[in-house]
Design a protein around this ligand. Structure first.
Ligand SMILES: NC(=O)NCCC(=O)O
Length: 376
């Protein structure tokens, strides 16, 4: 079976394992079972008509005496490009807006409070080609761009926080960045978070296009919780997750674009491990489909982006993934009280010895650093 036809790990397990064994396999693979959410019939019908997968799950926390539950719903959206990559740019962007508009409408029907799109969602993933034109033409201003305007309308219409990762062009020096725009449910641009780490993995090299982010590890206080955005390749850097969490993030989104041969076995581990290590929720989103006909002849065929978007909780449990091949919306209800409950249980932040690490790291990054190795 070709890799692109394999729909999802869950589907394979479900179709091949006997029920009792499946429950045990899922317990070991996914942790405590996430209950399925009952989604409104109108949403299920709309998703089916609009040809995308719709899945919903719930993470519960224990009731507390002094704090009410803090239940919120997040929506993760994965999708393929809509028009061919040689169509006029404005048409491509407009088609993507219109596709996401129909998915976000369904998210609203499902009571989603914050939605996050995939990395550079308005464009084909052209960065590994190292061709500048026409791909840099997809870059937009965070404040004034048509994509931000579009997302502001969505945010206001549906009272929803919108996380919109785009290729950013910053006006004054025309600098390009890989940036997530965070739009409050009021419709205001709350701020932006730029990608901190740039992949240089053989031909999967994006360094030609944009610079390492300069926004640090900003956390955004929204009406529904404190959120941060760790863009794609940043998920391989445990300290990157850690610093968002040190700044108080309760949910860290990881909008991504990655392909099977490169990272698929790492995908289910990294965001999930970050949720465990940092006592927070993490939301990993990957696009589906192929790069497209623009691919430069001198570069390899990178194959399919494998989707599989999922949410992980601080107790180590996770939702099943969306499909590897289809557009999809994953709706997840979470009680943010779970973060502190798990922190009280495992106490990683309390037992972290960060002052000692800070001291040792300060020495380790110096050029005159001498590793502490004892030799006979
Ligand atoms: N977009 C991006 O950073 N991709 C890198 C590949 C990976 O991190 O799996």
């Amino acid at each position: 079976m070709a890799a692109c036809e394999f729909e999802s790990l869950e589907k394979s397990l479900e179709s091949h394992l006997p029920e009792a064994e499946l429950a045990e396999v899922k317990r070991v693979l996914y942790g405590k079972e996430t209950e399925k959410l009952d989604l409104p019939v109108c949403a299920v019908e709309a998703a089916s008509e609009r040809d995308f997968e719709l899945k919903g799950y719930r993470f519960e926390a224990a009731p507390e005496q002094l704090r009410p539950p803090r239940r919120i719903r997040v929506g993760l959206i994965q999708h393929r490009i809509v028009l061919p990559t040689d169509a006029p740019i404005l048409d491509q962007v407009t088609a993507m807006h219109s596709r996401l508009g129909e998915v976000v409408e369904v998210a609203a029907m499902c009571g989603v409070n914050m939605v996050c799109f995939q990395e550079t969602w308005t464009m084909p993933f052209a960065f590994c080609t190292r061709e500048k034109e026409p791909w840099t033409e997809f870059a937009e201003s965070v404040e004034e761009g048509s994509t931000t305007r579009f997302c502001q309308e969505l945010a206001k219409k549906y009272n929803m926080v919108v996380v919109s990762p785009i290729l950013e062009r910053e006006g004054l020096h025309s600098t390009l960045w890989n940036t997530a725009v965070v739009i409050s449910n009021s419709g205001h641009v709350l701020g932006k978070s730029r990608k901190n780490h740039i992949p240089r993995v053989g031909d999967f090299n994006e360094s030609t296009y944009y610079m390492e982010g300069d926004t640090g590890h900003t956390v955004f206080q929204t009406q529904f919780g404190k959120i941060a955005v760790n863009i794609c390749y940043g998920r391989h850097h445990p300290l990157n997750w850690f610093m968002y969490s040190m700044n108080g993030a309760e949910i860290i989104f990881n909008p991504s674009a990655t392909v099977g041969a490169l990272s698929e076995p790492m995908w289910p581990i990294e965001a999930r491990n970050a949720a465990i290590a940092n006592h927070c929720f993490t939301c990993a989103i990957n696009r589906v489909g192929t790069v497209g006909p623009h691919q430069h002849a001198s570069h390899h065929d990178f194959g399919h982006f494998y989707g599989s978007s999922y949410v992980a909780a601080p107790d180590g449990s996770r939702t099943p993934g969306l499909s590897r091949t289809r557009d999809g919306l994953l709706v997840v209800e979470m009680d943010l009280n779970l973060n502190r409950q798990i922190s009280d249980k495992w106490s990683f932040k309390m037992t972290g010895r960060y002052a000692e690490y800070a001291e040792e790291l300060t020495k380790a990054v110096r050029h005159d650093f001498k590793p502490m190795i004892v030799k006979e």
